[in-house]
Design a protein. Structure first.
Length: 556
């Protein structure tokens, strides 16, 4: 009996010895081999490093009105491993944040995940109500969401910011680096239940820089409203407008309709979000005749008084081209060719200039390349090089067909004529806080004499030519109408689809505004003088009164 007891005691001692030896080996392994990895695991369970996004800079208009700014928000997240009662937590989230508990519950109950977002950029008051419930496993950190106080005003110009605070379109993208600032970091120390007990800041965030635009929110809002009414009146597909200061190249308005509310950009169709004045092209029609006439004058081939005998139609290679309105043979001066927008007269001038020189002047005016405006996605337009011209090209390019331009290109070209022949790079940003104003990029386009001659001709267009609906009592107006048939996908032109446009300068004696209006596919009328010129007149009249520009033709 004693022998049996002794055997059992020795067996028990052996088992205990092996057990202690195993524990000793385990402890040695944990402390020696796994110590660093386990320490890191413990740190992640009780310490969490959170990125603190920097507040994004504000975008202001030229008068200091906020167009895009950051609003305080709170991001709510969870560590499902720390959620003791997912049902109760989901119900509390539904009650405070208004989210669907049935959608939230599976995420909270998934203990294989250590981090899930509950709601990004939540309302701070609602998030604070949830935080007061002190539910273990829920976390909160401040974040910023982008807001556009003016709603739809300049929505396509401003663009938008993604959920992570990065500019994704428009000026928000173009100046993302300046607006974004530098994110900071902080470490949150938590108790075993996952509740925050201390916050240790490691690196403070650096706020982004503010951007000040040349846009004027009142001029912009008015232009958008006029375009909206124009689209509605003529049942048009869309319309665009640019308002430029020809003395500086500053863009005062850049409007597109239909528009959308910038605060609801995710629900807006992508087609509506584009800033068509910069990214889209159109065939300019007769507004392009300015380039043809400028080339003939600059090459000293004609003067404004040089007369031409013009038939109603003209055969150019395999095409027969005629003027817009049936007429007999007429004798027009160069000034009258522009005033009455004669296709035949413009082609006669182009043939005098010749293909090579005309192509050079088209390039000199800036067509076929970007203006360099401070906006992403600018199109260079479509211009055929002279070696690609066919026999009939000399019959369509001089009258604005077979060439594609952007509204901002065309506005800049007319601004050069208004600025005594000097072209200025159009720009949307006046300056970024902490930085100097960018230097104006300028180059001479035509001589001051030719610019003066062209301005006199453009005044005749409004006084007695195709642009009479652009006239403004008390002011001298210079401008040009344009009507162009739209190309189709087969290399020809689509039946019944036109672009109507008008580019105007006011006051003509001391230019303050160059205003371009382009209406895409108007119905019931197609002429630029009928569809676009009245819209120019409405925009210009408001701008003149708003900036208190004195009349230059009190008896006009």
């Amino acid at each position: 009996m004693n022998r049996l007891v002794n055997r059992r005691i020795r067996l028990l001692l052996a088992v205990l010895t092996f057990a202690f030896a195993g524990l000793l080996l385990r402890a040695t392994w944990l402390q020696g081999v796994r110590a660093s990895s386990l320490a890191r695991l413990g740190q992640t369970q009780h310490r969490e490093t959170v990125t603190l996004p920097a507040s994004r800079g504000t975008i202001y208009d030229r008068t200091g009105v906020e167009l895009g700014l950051g609003e305080q928000a709170t991001t709510v997240y969870a560590d499902p491993k720390q959620i003791a009662n997912p049902h109760a937590a989901a119900a509390a989230i539904e009650q405070t944040l208004g989210l669907d508990a049935n959608r939230i519950y599976p995420e909270l109950a998934d203990h294989t995940r250590g981090f899930v977002y509950i709601e990004r950029q939540a309302d701070p008051a609602q998030a604070a109500a949830l935080q007061r419930l002190k539910i273990g496993g829920l976390g909160f950190y401040p974040e910023e969401r982008r807001s556009y106080p003016q709603g739809s005003v300049a929505a396509q110009v401003l663009g938008y910011v993604g959920i992570d605070g990065n500019g994704l379109a428009g000026l928000e993208l173009q100046f993302d680096h300046q607006l974004q600032g530098r994110a900071g970091q902080e470490t949150i120390v938590k108790d075993p239940a996952g509740r925050a007990i201390d916050v240790q800041q490691q690196r403070p965030e650096r706020p982004g820089r503010d951007v000040y635009l040349t846009l004027d929110h009142s001029i912009q809002a008015n232009a958008e409203e006029v375009l909206r009414q124009t689209v509605e009146k003529w049942q048009a597909k869309s319309a665009s407008a640019v308002v430029l200061d020809p003395r500086t190249g500053a863009v005062l308005a850049m409007a597109v309709q239909p528009g959308y509310n910038a605060n609801r950009y995710p629900s807006a169709p992508r087609d509506v979000q584009r800033n068509r004045t910069v990214t889209d092209t159109y065939e300019p029609g007769s507004t392009f005749k300015l380039v043809t006439v400028a080339a003939a004058l600059s090459e000293h081939l004609v003067s404004p008084a040089t007369r031409f005998t013009l038939p109603y139609s003209l055969k150019v290679a395999d095409r027969v081209i005629h003027d817009a309105e049936p007429r007999g043979t007429v004798s027009y001066s160069v000034a009258q060719i522009l005033a009455h927008s004669s296709n035949i007269g413009a082609i006669e001038l182009a043939e005098m200039v010749g293909r090579t020189r005309l192509s050079s002047w088209i390039s000199r005016f800036g067509f076929g390349r970007v203006t360099g405006i401070d906006y992403p996605g600018e199109s260079p337009g479509i211009v055929l090089p002279p070696d690609k011209w066919s026999g009939s090209t000399i019959g369509n390019v001089p009258i604005g067909q077979g060439i594609a331009v952007t509204p901002v290109q065309m506005a800049a070209a007319y601004a050069a004529i208004a600025n005594r022949g000097v072209w200025l790079r159009p720009h949307l940003v006046d300056h970024v806080s902490g930085g100097a104003r960018p230097s104006l990029q300028r180059r001479r386009l035509v001589s001051a004499q030719v610019a003066t001659q062209l301005m006199l001709m453009l005044k005749d267009v409004v006084a007695e030519g195709t642009g009479t609906y652009a006239a403004i009592p008390g002011y001298e107006v210079a401008g040009k109408t344009g009507t162009a048939q739209k190309p189709d996908s087969h290399g020809g032109y689509a039946t019944g689809r036109y672009v109507a446009s008008f580019v105007g300068i006011v006051p003509a004696s001391r230019p303050r505004f160059v205003i371009l209006v382009m209406v895409d596919e108007p119905q019931n009328a197609i002429w630029g003088g009928v569809v676009a010129a009245p819209a120019f007149q409405q925009i210009a009249r408001f701008d003149l009164q708003y900036l208190e520009v004195p009349p230059d033709s009190p008896t006009g």
